[in-house]
Write a protein that binds this ligand. Structure first.
Ligand code: ZN
Length: 424
């Protein structure tokens, strides 16, 4: 069936397009792109007046929780949440149970995603067996089975020699290492940013250095080995500086941040809401300013979600005992639009950071609306107002600190491999 999407403002950074275009979809692929009014006859016409039409978003950092934690999220619910947020591809982190450290787990995820997944799922394999930081996984075999990158996300690889070897092997297999930067000795049971607010609240703090020490170490190891490094969930000014310096020196490093690191500070924790507990923790105004500057000048390449859904029993506890994480897929895009409103990014740059650039870093053929590309598309109405209602999330995880927020912009439709989902 041929579908024509018309009257939308198409933004596709890859083709350097920001103009009115008509998009013809044939099955799961894009058949043609035409100037306004020049599209051919189709079986179905979708009028997207007043909307922007962008490549489906790509999330480099998603916790789908399956296998093992299906009470928090499943591949079925997580991928539906992705679609509702405008994402058509997600990279699933390996901290499942069992950990994605063997080809049988990778194959399970791929098979389950092909059956239950509403969008495309790319597994990320573990760097070390059981994510214990002791023994490397078989990167080559895991890559062959379908892992597109490697990370012990949720945990750091504490042993520097093991991390060095991981870089050396990742070079042999031409793959990317994604680093969760945390010095566990410095974290030492901390639950929020260490500073003035943690002192007032009487909660144990995590110093910024816990992140920055590992960012510096992994940049050094990346430089030493000539590997490829991606820093996950950057939260501090110091990390931004280290990454900027590494890029200036030509080191092969990329970085992501998440909406909560440019929308919220540790001040918000005065409410003691455990939905604000996240790892790394929410920082200060100064860090937010540095992260915005990093996004603006290209130091931070990607906005990822670190979608971390939890069951309410895991959050409905005293602060120290509650699980860390935010259910982020369904709010990331609209929170990103705030950066456009604040003049930090233009729309094309925002779309790059949430679609084209993560595709390039992960080496996947997504993130563009070129002819013959997969028909993965998001339709966004920037004029609509959204009141975030986490009780209506499609994710099982309702743990959002943005619940009740009023934001500009709504995801109207998502098209995943030619299949249309309407949210209106
Ligand atoms: Zn992490």
């Amino acid at each position: 069936m041929m579908i024509l999407i018309k009257n939308g403002r198409v933004i596709d950074p890859f083709q350097d397009i920001d103009d009115y275009r008509e998009i013809l979809i044939d099955g799961s692929r894009i058949q043609g792109l035409y100037p306004k009014g020049k599209g051919p006859k189709a079986d179905k016409v979708i009028d997207v007046s007043d909307c922007i039409v962008i490549p489906g978003l790509v999330d480099m950092h998603t916790h789908l929780r399956e296998p093992g934690f299906e009470y928090k999220e499943t591949i079925a619910t997580g991928t539906m949440a992705a679609l509702k947020g405008g994402f058509t591809s997600v990279c699933s982190m390996p901290n499942t149970n069992p950990v994605n450290d063997t080809t049988s787990v990778t194959e399970f995820i791929i098979e389950k995603a092909s059956k239950d997944g509403a969008c495309t799922v790319y597994p990320v394999g573990a760097v070390t067996k059981g994510q214990k930081g002791e023994e490397l996984t078989e990167l080559g075999a895991l890559k062959k089975a379908g892992c597109i990158a490697f990370s012990d996300d949720g945990h750091p690889v504490t042993n520097s020699l093991i991390m060095k070897r991981a870089f050396e092997y990742s070079k042999i297999f031409n793959t990317l290492l994604i680093s969760h930067c945390e010095d566990l000795q410095l974290t030492d049971g901390g639950v929020m940013n260490e500073g003035f607010v943690s002192t007032i609240l009487g909660l144990k703090g995590i110093p910024k250095a816990a992140e920055e020490i590992m960012v510096a170490r992994d940049i050094a190891l990346c430089e030493l080995t000539g590997g490829r490094l991606h820093i996950a969930h950057v939260s501090t000014e110091g990390s931004v500086k280290l990454i900027r310096d590494a890029k200036t020196r030509g080191i092969n490093v990329t970085a992501e941040t998440c909406p909560h690191y440019f929308c919220l500070t540790d001040e918000a924790l005065k409410s003691y809401s455990t939905n604000l507990k996240v790892n790394p923790p929410l920082r200060t105004k100064k860090d937010i300013a540095a992260i915005k500057q990093g996004l603006k000048d290209g130091t931070i390449d990607v906005i990822a979600t670190d979608h971390a859904p939890h069951h309410e029993n895991d959050k409905n506890k005293e602060f120290d005992a509650a699980s860390s994480g935010i259910s982020g897929l369904e709010t990331a895009m609209v929170l990103g639009i705030q950066l456009v409103e604040q003049g930090i990014l233009n729309l094309k740059q925002l779309v790059m950071k949430m679609s084209l650039t993560p595709s390039k870093i992960m080496g996947i053929k997504k993130g563009t609306l070129t002819v013959d590309a997969d028909a993965d598309i998001a339709v966004i109405n920037l004029g609509n107002k959204l009141k975030v209602d986490s009780s209506r999330f499609l994710s099982k995880g309702k743990n959002s600190p943005f619940n009740g927020w009023h934001l500009n912009g709504t995801v109207e439709k998502t098209i995943s491999m030619g299949k249309i989902y309407e949210w209106g």
